[in-house]
Design a binder for this molecule. Structure first.
Ligand code: F6P
Length: 325
């Protein structure tokens, strides 16, 4: 266990405990916003303190009336440099909110803007319990366990710290051949939709906007499985690809309904079904909250092989970080 990370988490959790909390905001852009979103889902399900997710600039511009000294604002920027997220964190602090920021870069502008800072590891060598989701889940379940002590939350933290890494590795190995087949079969597709609901929706969103659009320049759109029947299903056809992510929790009914319909008319469905994951080691009562993380790792491997078969590295950009925007 990284002791520096553990100290940073302890300080942030204690700070939350010392306050009277009225609401919790999650603020970030793009992939980082998608990373934070499952935490909001978990809070929604577990406690009655209201919470919301905002894209950083909208947070400033909309300026929620309830943002005040009773707010906790959790922001995240992988680079620590996204100006909107830095400004949103400064904005939250100026309103008296308790600010906690996650970043891979120590001493970045975001790092210096927040009151409490959480560093996370990144890259192929990083252990799951120390990466972005590992730190976020230790924070969220740590906060829950502090505010509402419950063995379930303690076991969730324990699942992150002792099992998540191996769960990721096993599921990556189990889906390696499927990832290669996806890369090979879908390499010439000009458009790929993603679909999910509940805690998995932000994964469908980040796969569409970050992996497919940003990193592969493939047209895409994330469709909420519940919303599919309210417009998007009209584009379903035998040659239109959909990646459907099915969860194991309370919103699976919506995933099933969308999948049942979609497979009648599309011959190109890539199903990522959390029911097939090996979740051994993750406490049973919180598996729904972890299956989306496993789906993310599985899908990342799919993107990696798509990129290899297309000869288009995931790191290539046309505009991002190259010009003013
Ligand atoms: O604030 P961050 O996490 O550094 O984000 C920077 C960029 O990285 C992404 O999350 C993924 O490349 C983009 O969506 C975003 O614009």
């Amino acid at each position: 266990m990284n002791q520096e990370h553990a100290q940073q988490l302890k300080a942030a959790i204690e700070a939350v405990k010392s306050r009277d909390i009225g609401n919790i905001y999650f603020v970030a852009c793009g992939g980082s916003m998608a990373t934070l979103t499952p935490a909001q889902y978990i809070l929604d399900r577990e406690i009655d303190i209201p919470s919301a997710v905002y894209s950083s600039n909208e947070f400033i511009l909309r300026s929620p009336k309830a943002l005040n000294e009773k707010s906790v604002v959790i922001s995240c920027s992988h680079s620590g440099n996204t100006p909107e997220t830095v400004k949103a964190t400064e904005f939250a602090r100026s309103k008296g909110a308790l600010t906690i920021s996650l970043s891979h870069l120590v001493d970045s502008p975001l790092w210096n803007a927040a009151e409490y800072r959480l560093h996370y590891d990144w890259g192929t060598e990083a252990r799951a319990e120390e990466n972005n989701y590992g730190i976020l889940y230790r924070l969220i379940f740590g906060i829950l366990n502090t505010l509402y002590p419950n063995e379930k939350y303690a076991r969730a933290v324990d699942s992150v710290e002792t099992s998540l890494h191996d769960v990721f590795e096993r599921n990556k190995a189990n889906t390696l051949e499927a990832a290669k087949a996806f890369g090979s079969d879908y390499k010439r597709e000009p458009i790929i939709y993603t679909m999910a609901s509940g805690i998995n929706y932000s994964l469908a969103y980040s796969f569409a906007i970050c992996l497919l659009q940003e990193m592969q320049w493939i047209h895409s759109s994330a469709i909420h499985a519940g919303e599919y029947f309210h417009g998007p299903f009209e584009v379903t056809d035998y040659d239109v690809p959909f990646i459907i992510i099915k969860g194991i929790g309370e919103t699976r009914l919506m995933d099933d309904r969308a999948h049942d319909f979609c497979q009648k008319f599309s011959d190109k469905i890539v199903l990522i079904d959390a029911e097939t994951f090996d979740m051994e080691g993750i406490s049973a009562e919180v598996r729904n909250y972890f299956a989306n993380l496993v789906a993310g790792v599985v899908l990342r491997q799919y993107a990696q092989y798509l990129s290899e078969f297309r000869g288009h590295p995931l790191s290539v950009r046309r505009y991002m970080w190259k010009m003013d925007y």
